[in-house]
Write a protein that binds this ligand. Structure first.
Ligand code: ADP
Length: 475
């Protein structure tokens, strides 16, 4: 099958979170299964020079956008059987951040149109166009309704929701200007939802199948609590809504070969993990002690991630127990301030690095003992999977993909790979965390938990096959 995917992020080129990890791994796995895969991404100026230097200009495309002649370059980069195509337009993508620009609506509308121009120019049209999150969710609508793309109207479409919270809501005027489509699409509620143009809603309505990134999150988003005000629409689409669990790129995240960590290790020589712990402590300026549990969190600092829970739990824990905590993250100012304050209050126990740092993230996954993930909701979550791969034990809240991947440790069976709180059932996070810490003091159990995590299969092979089956059913 020939599949064209489009997304706003793709590792290792441009990454803000888990979406990039998925785009960096799933296409390669689909290619390995024998399919022809193209991935279209904006060519942000923040893409590292080492990749940029390898990009080859394939073509330059002229088209009309917002009533003006515009041009974009299509740069090609082939890797692991996948053709990555980067859409270059300096006025939209020469920015030092991926998101959060005042003209995001226009930037991604431009990108949507560029993707469609690419699809239409293919000599052999794709079997499926597979889009991801709100940034590309208007593509299926334009594909079906915009007369400029009538020649590819019959192509099947899939939308994967990586996070329902981000929907791409904009004004009616913004819709009319950016897409040059008739007003009735807005007025009749075809692209609008509760008083706004809503890109994600538009995609959900138009695609042949909607997928999301774990079976539990798939069920959750049909409810009012998790549905982000789209649950009634999703309920209508229930038959076409499928949950497929994400995997991780086990080549990129491999403690036995990872060059970003201090000392490689695997399940047979787990004691080497300690070398990484000391490297973290050294870098963090914390006492180099093997016997003190090292807790970490690597995350976007957003409400979703349950930072409020840590605000309640961490100060007392740090005051009362011998633990260390290292945070790597960036996001909302109030959370950054909280963590900085914590580091000031507990200078010998806490280190905070505000920012995005891929290499430090790898070292932390390798060096920490315990990974904190008290998310209020979590579509899939990749951090817990990466942690387990590096023998770092997750303490997570039982929601979404965390529920599907973290299994509570059972002392009698020595089964399970982590510890779970359950906010819905009034099982607080500090209880789960203390349960985890009690096992840290019991080496026999601690070894078993780490090993269970490391031996789990988090590869993409099973999930990629599920996507392939879905494409097949569609065409
Ligand atoms: P989300 O997509 O909601 O941000 P996920 O757990 O699915 O959460 O994926 C997060 C990804 O981003 C992981 O690969 C994680 O290691 C990475 N990440 C998050 N914050 C940082 C950071 N500050 N520095 C480096 N990597 C980060």
């Amino acid at each position: 099958m020939k599949i064209i995917m489009a997304a706003a992020e793709c590792a290792p080129f441009a990454k803000a979170g888990g979406l990039a990890d998925v785009m960096g791994a799933l296409p390669k796995e689909l290619s390995r299964l024998g399919h022809e895969i193209m991935v279209v991404v904006p060519k942000y100026s923040l893409i590292a020079a080492e990749y940029n230097a390898e990009f080859v200009l394939k073509e330059s495309v002229e088209f009309s956008f917002k009533g003006q002649q515009k041009t974009f370059g299509v740069f090609q980069y082939d890797q692991a059987g996948v053709e990555f195509l980067f859409v270059e337009n300096d006025s939209y993508f020469k920015r030092d951040q991926i998101y959060g620009q005042p003209d995001d609506a226009e930037r991604y509308a431009f990108f949507n149109r560029a993707v469609l121009e690419i699809v239409q120019r293919e000599q052999q049209p794709p079997d499926v166009v597979h889009v991801h999150d709100w940034h590309t969710a208007a593509i299926p609508f334009l594909l079906k309704e915009d007369p400029r793309y009538a020649s590819v109207q019959a192509v099947k479409t899939i939308l994967t929701i990586h996070n329902l919270q981000f929907q791409g809501k904009f004004s009616k005027q913004t819709f009319l200007e950016n897409f040059e489509m008739e007003e009735h699409y807005y007025d009749e509620g075809i692209v609008s939802w509760k008083g706004n143009f809503n890109a994600l809603k538009t995609g959900i309505s138009y695609v042949d199948k909607v997928t999301t990134v774990s079976p539990t999150y798939r069920n959750e988003i049909l409810t009012e609590f998790y549905g982000e005000k789209l649950h009634t629409l999703l309920q209508e689409k229930e038959q076409d809504l499928i949950g497929i669990l994400n995997g991780i790129d086990t080549g990129v995240y491999n403690p036995a070969t990872d060059l970003a960590i201090e000392r490689e290790f695997d399940v047979m020589n787990l004691e080497e993990k300690q070398v990484n712990k000391r490297a973290v402590q050294l870098k963090a300026g914390l006492p180099e002690r093997g016997d003190v549990p090292l807790l970490t969190m690597i995350s976007r600092l957003a409400g979703q991630k349950g930072i409020d829970v840590l605000q309640e739990v961490l100060p007392a824990l740090l005051a009362e127990q011998e633990v260390q905590f290292v945070l790597l993250g960036s996001g909302e100012e109030k959370y950054e301030q909280f963590f900085k304050g914590l580091a000031a209050d507990f200078p010998t126990k806490v280190y905070v690095h505000v920012g995005f740092d891929e290499a430090f993230a790898h070292l932390l996954y390798a060096g920490a003992d315990i990974f904190l993930m008290p998310s209020h909701f979590e579509p899939c979550g990749l951090s817990q999977l990466i942690s387990m791969r590096y023998g770092t034990v997750p303490v997570a809240n039982k929601t979404g993909g965390l529920k599907d991947t973290v299994i509570e440790y059972d002392e009698s069976l020595k089964s399970g790979n982590g510890f779970l709180s359950d906010f819905q059932q009034d099982e607080p996070y500090d209880v789960a965390l203390n349960r985890c810490l009690s096992f840290y003091q019991q080496p026999e159990h601690w070894e078993a938990i780490k090993k269970n995590g490391m031996e789990g299969d988090y590869s993409w092979s099973r999930s990629a096959a599920e996507y392939a089956k879905l494409y097949e059913r569609l065409i």
